[in-house]
Design a protein around this ligand. Structure first.
Ligand code: UT7
Length: 326
């Protein structure tokens, strides 16, 4: 039994943060941001009491409407996020409540920017085993809640959004066909949140030290990402006997246009086959890949070979091979 992606949904909060806005907040320029990252604008979730679950809930509602099902039909919701509404309970539990998915069980997966492909691989197992019939995988992050808007090295990178896919038993040879996922915990100190966890619980001092914000040492992450994402994408093609001509689309995590270009080059895939929307949304962490699927949904054809690829904090990285189902 294979798991087919049968619907996608997304949510982008309406407020925009442009490079021009950031020029007024920190010592940066539109030119620097565009040439080093490829980003022009990001969406930011504003509003008292709104969090990651609110965006995730909207994405799932859209997906249900497209597929013609109700939240009561969902068996399992998995949410990938690094910005949960709370440390606990899981954001997936809150999404379930907000959409009225009363028959679903739900949990979160934490794998930073690789969260969506990790969660997709986990969700696939419950379809393949026959345990569940309708599994929703959400990637959602309110990155603005952990960004230090006085730190020019990180604040230009991130945006807020949610994306979701529905997995159902495949009726043919299409579906999620393979995945290769990797972890290297020695990378943990290059991209992380220093405080707020059990090692260094939040205190007045940790807040004063700004340790609840994202810390990133950009260069080592960049170097590891270029190699990691490119290698694992080439590896999954080789493992499945795919040539660059066989690949219809590369769906890369949107962290930096230069990392995306390096991955496409390594796969031998031309720019016209690469989904890129980083200029509009920035790095939305777990949401980047499902948001690409939403933006390109109308151009996808049944049977298309699609390679999803990501790299992120942990380090975590990997790729997933999907044969599109509709
Ligand atoms: O999604 C999870 C995984 N994350 C990633 O994949 C991100 C990986 N890293 C990157 O994408 C890049 O390292 C960054 C985009 C974060 C930075 O680009 P870079 O080309 O690696 O720049 P850098 O950190 O080497 O900085 C070059 C210079 C520095 O100035 P000096 O030391 O040469 O004088 C920075 O201080 O650019 C400076 N700089 C800026 N200047 C203007 C850093 N940020 C900015 C900025 N505006 N926003």
């Amino acid at each position: 039994m294979k798991a087919a992606i049968t619907a996608v949904g997304g949510y982008l909060p309406p407020d925009l943060l442009t490079n021009a806005d950031l020029e007024k907040m920190v010592d940066t320029t539109d030119e620097w941001i565009k040439t080093r990252t490829g980003i022009s604008t990001r969406h930011i979730l504003k509003g008292e009491g709104l969090g990651t679950s609110d965006m995730g809930a909207e994405a799932v509602k859209q997906l249900c409407a497209k597929r013609g099902i109700t939240p009561m039909d969902i068996d399992l919701i998995i949410c990938a996020t690094v910005t949960p509404d709370h440390q606990f309970p899981a954001t997936a539990n809150i999404i379930s409540d907000k959409i009225g998915a009363k028959n679903a069980w739900s949990f979160d997966v934490g794998a930073a920017c690789s969260g969506f492909i990790y969660a997709l691989t986990v969700g696939t197992q419950f379809i393949e085993s026959g345990k569940n019939k309708k599994v929703v995988v959400v990637g959602a992050d309110k990155m603005s809640s952990i960004v230090d808007y006085t730190d020019r090295t990180t604040c230009v990178l991130f945006g807020d959004a949610a994306g979701a896919v529905l997995l159902e038993p495949s009726e043919d040879e299409t579906g999620v066909l393979d995945s290769i996922l990797k972890t290297d915990g020695t990378g943990r100190n290059y991209l992380y949140q220093k405080s707020g966890g059990s090692v260094n619980p939040a205190s007045a001092q940790t807040v004063l030290n700004k340790e609840h914000y994202i810390f990133q040492d950009g260069q080592p992450v960049f170097k590891a990402a270029v190699v990691g994402m490119a290698d694992v994408s080439a590896e999954i093609m080789e493992k499945n006997g795919l040539s660059s001509e066989d690949v219809a689309w590369l769906v890369p995590h949107q962290a930096n246009l230069r990392i995306i270009d390096a991955t496409a080059r390594r796969m031998g895939v031309g720019n016209e086959k690469v989904m890129i929307n980083i200029h509009k949304y920035g790095n939305t962490t777990a949401a980047t890949i499902p948001l690409c699927l939403v933006d390109w949904e109308n151009q996808l054809n049944k049977g298309d070979n699609i390679i999803l690829a990501a790299f992120g904090g942990g380090f975590t990285w990997g790729s997933v091979y999907v044969k599109w189902s509709y």
